[in-house]
Ligand binder design. Structure first.
Ligand code: SF4
Length: 366
């Protein structure tokens, strides 16, 4: 019995030992698993950190690239606007040069008119050669921007203003813009309404197109706006009435607008839009053709009739009073019929460019 008991006790104790061993082994396995998990977790965490770091650095790089690209295109736009201003101030477009030379050839030899045209031509040549303003009055700066969707107009204006300031400092422009109430000249050509910038968004455009026009004060002073009917001139609300008031404006201008000049006309609109559109007519090429047959006829008639008035270059008499006439039409209210006339002098400074994606000059329009 005693032996049996002893054996039983021994058996029980060895089983217990075995169980204990198993438990220890299990614990070890569990511990190992936990350790493995920890290592795996650490690895994942490490990977995440590395990925994040890579992401952050590539985002930073991308951001830096963007900033550099932006700065480069800002600088390019500044240079572009500066160059556009220089060329506009110093050179007249080829289509204008052509009609000036034709007018010079038309004038009778050894007349004051021929002398005036020779001075004008010499002035044009010298200004281009020396890259200096064609006239001491560098005028109101009109800028027309036609652009695709997405152009930052505020930034464009800021950069353009900086370029205008620079152009004034280096002498491409005269210090020409004054406070209307005090007459004070800040010497920068910048202020309310100056430069006169116009933006037009055109979703069909792939690139930005900029036209610049410098319009002197003398010729601006002889611009005129008529409200038809005009009983004094016997001008009714028709094209004959329009013709009468245009010729009246030419007659009144005489040589004061530094003729021979070019007329930009708007029939219709209101007093504000009419004058604006009449200036936009001056962006047209002198040798283009008005698509409206009646207006095409009227443009030709106005130039021919004006040149028979004997006013001539600078009002000295002669055969050339006008170099061109461009007429556009806007809708009007039934109650009003305006004819707005903008007069451009012989120093017809208008240039246009198309920009590349980098805001550099891709090509010159005129
Ligand atoms: S009207 Fe023209 S040409 Fe005459 S001073 Fe003014 S800008 Fe010069």
């Amino acid at each position: 019995m005693a032996v049996r008991k002893k054996k039983k006790v021994a058996k029980t104790s060895s089983t217990k030992k075995k169980v204990a061993k198993k438990k220890v082994a299990k614990k070890k396995v569990a511990k190992k698993k936990v350790a493995k998990k920890k290592v795996a977790k650490k690895k994942v965490a490490k990977k995440k950190v590395t990925k994040k770091a890579v992401k952050t650095s590539s985002a930073k790089k991308k951001k830096a690239k963007k900033v550099i690209k932006k700065a480069n295109s800002d600088k390019a736009l500044f240079d572009t606007m500066l160059e556009l201003t220089r060329v506009t101030s110093a050179e007249i477009p080829d289509d204008v040069q052509k009609v000036v030379l034709e007018a010079l050839a038309r004038e009778e030899k050894n007349t004051t008119a021929e002398y005036a045209m020779n001075i004008i031509q010499a002035n044009i040549v010298l200004a281009k050669k020396k890259s200096q303003p064609i006239c001491q009055d560098t005028g109101t700066i009109h800028i027309f921007v036609e652009h695709p969707v997405g152009l930052d107009q505020t930034k464009f204006r800021k950069i353009t203003e900086k370029a205008i300031v620079k152009a004034t400092q280096v002498g491409y422009l005269r210090q020409n813009s004054v406070d209307s109430l005090t007459g004070k000249n800040e010497g920068m050509n910048i202020g309310p309404g100056h430069p006169d910038l116009h933006f037009k968004e055109n979703p069909k455009r792939k690139s930005v197109k900029i036209s610049m026009m410098l319009k002197g004060g003398g010729c601006e002073n002889v611009g005129a706006q008529y409200s038809l009917p005009n009983t004094e001139l016997g001008a009714g609300r028709d094209l004959d009435g329009v013709r009468k008031v245009i010729l009246d404006a030419v007659q009144k201008a005489q040589g004061k607008g530094c003729g021979p000049g070019v007329l930009g006309i708007c029939i219709g609109g209101d007093r504000g839009s009419g004058y604006k559109y009449s200036k936009e007519q001056l962006l047209r090429m002198l040798d283009d053709t008005n698509p409206h047959p009646d207006l095409k006829k009227l443009e030709k008639d106005i130039v021919e009739t004006s040149n028979k008035l004997g006013i001539g270059p600078m009002g000295f008499g002669g055969k050339t009073t006008l170099l061109g006439c461009k007429i556009g039409v806007l809708n009007r209210l039934p109650a009003s019929f305006f004819v707005s006339i903008s007069y451009m002098c012989w120093a017809y400074r208008r240039k246009g460019i198309e920009l590349s994606n980098k805001m550099e000059i891709k090509n010159w329009i005129y």
